[in-house]
Design a protein. Structure first.
Length: 384
């Protein structure tokens, strides 16, 4: 199989890499992190102006019709630069849900704004008790005259502190943890009854807890058919998993490069510590984990936009499992080989390590996806 990038993909990769390299030095990143929303609004606008936010969308809505491979190329470079902008949650997850579930009017009015970075989306699916289960929804939506009344709480809404529109899952029928009766709503975070509590995640990014107390939304705010949103949520989360694996690969590549450079320059007993065979072996182990994660990420990118199937789900679960394990291993080994400096906030490796640990748990940790993979295994009867 030929995995070579075509000319357009190489240009996309080079454009993203140059933008990140020019705008995301470590000191610049720290300045962005300490700003009001925890990321750079101008950098997000640059992503929109260069067309990078429009890559996944259909040409009919101002996009470029990109696939999982194009998403992979962008996310790898954003991960390498430790970019703080909520590109994954706004463009790939939120934009993907609108593309799949939205009416023609909703897609026409929203996707172009997301693609130009004029509108930032956030996706609120997790709840305090849900633990990676998208069908565990206790937030409720009750029908009222002219719309719906939302009540409940959503947890760790990445980018929710600055989003102009939040996509919220809520139960419109059936009991908690039932796979039927889950709907998706477009929520204005400035509406009456909406409260957000912002906080920094362990890797320095910003998120919020979302509290809904009698929030009224109109009938036009529903995405897709009432009570039928779960399959789309799982499908689009699969696309996000493939993109997040690419982000992790970019971060791991940077962490491995930093560690190798440190081994070449740090002196001990009159020679670089990279001369010691035991440390060479550990560096090789890091590269092996990175290469395995890179291969699985490429496979995940190739299947991310395919029609939903057990095979697609198996590949994505396997990719997330391997990348999560590799992320933790590279983070741990990078810190060990650096020694104390690897943990200091002023050194960029510590931020890569924290981000990799965050990635290893978002959208399901390795144990969750190993269990999901096992359930999807189809074993033929003996003698079949």
């Amino acid at each position: 199989m030929d995995f070579k990038l075509n000319e357009e993909q190489l240009m996309l990769q080079d454009t993203t890499a140059r933008l990140v390299r020019d705008a995301y030095g470590f000191e610049q990143r720290e300045h962005y992190r300490q700003s009001q929303y925890g990321f750079s609004g101008p950098f997000m606008q640059q992503l929109g102006e260069l067309g990078l936010c429009a890559v996944p969308f259909a040409e009919a809505y101002g996009g470029f019709g990109g696939s999982g491979v194009e998403n992979m190329l962008i996310m790898t470079e954003l991960g390498r630069g430790l970019c703080l902008e909520p590109y994954l949650h706004s463009v790939i997850f939120g934009g993907g849900l609108i593309s799949q579930l939205g009416t023609e009017a909703q897609k026409q009015s929203l996707l172009a704004s997301v693609g130009s970075a004029e509108l930032q989306l956030a996706v609120a699916l997790d709840e305090p008790q849900s633990h990676y289960q998208l069908h565990d929804v206790q937030t409720t939506a009750e029908p009222v005259n002219g719309g719906w009344l939302l009540n409940g709480r959503k947890s760790v809404v990445v980018g929710g502190q600055s989003a102009g529109l939040i996509l919220v899952s809520a139960r419109t029928s059936h009991q908690a943890r039932d796979e039927k009766g889950i709907s998706l709503f477009l929520l204005d975070p400035k509406a009456n009854g909406v409260r957000r509590r912002s906080f920094a995640t362990m890797d320095g990014r910003m998120a919020c807890e979302l509290y809904l107390e009698g929030v009224h939304v109109s009938s036009d705010a529903v995405l897709g058919d009432v009570g039928q949103a779960l399959l789309a949520l799982r499908y689009q989360q699969g696309r996000c998993i493939a993109a997040q694996c690419a982000e992790a690969v970019g971060s791991m590549e940077a962490a491995c490069a930093l560690t190798l450079d440190y081994l070449k320059t740090r002196q001990q007993f009159g020679q670089p510590i990279g001369k010691f065979q035991a440390l060479q072996h550990r560096m090789v182990d890091m590269r092996i984990e990175l290469d395995q994660a890179t291969s699985m990420t490429l496979l995940a990118a190739c299947v991310a936009d395919q029609t939903d199937s057990d095979e697609r789900s198996r590949v994505l679960a396997a990719a997330k499992f391997i990348v999560s394990r590799a992320s933790r291993f590279v983070a741990d080994q990078g810190i060990q080989l650096h020694g104390g400096i690897g943990l200091t906030w002023e050194y960029v490796l510590s931020h890569h390590a924290k981000h990799l640990l965050m990635v290893a748990r978002q959208f399901g940790d390795d144990d969750h996806h190993l269990q999901a993979y096992a359930k999807l295994m189809q074993v033929s009867p003996a003698g079949a």
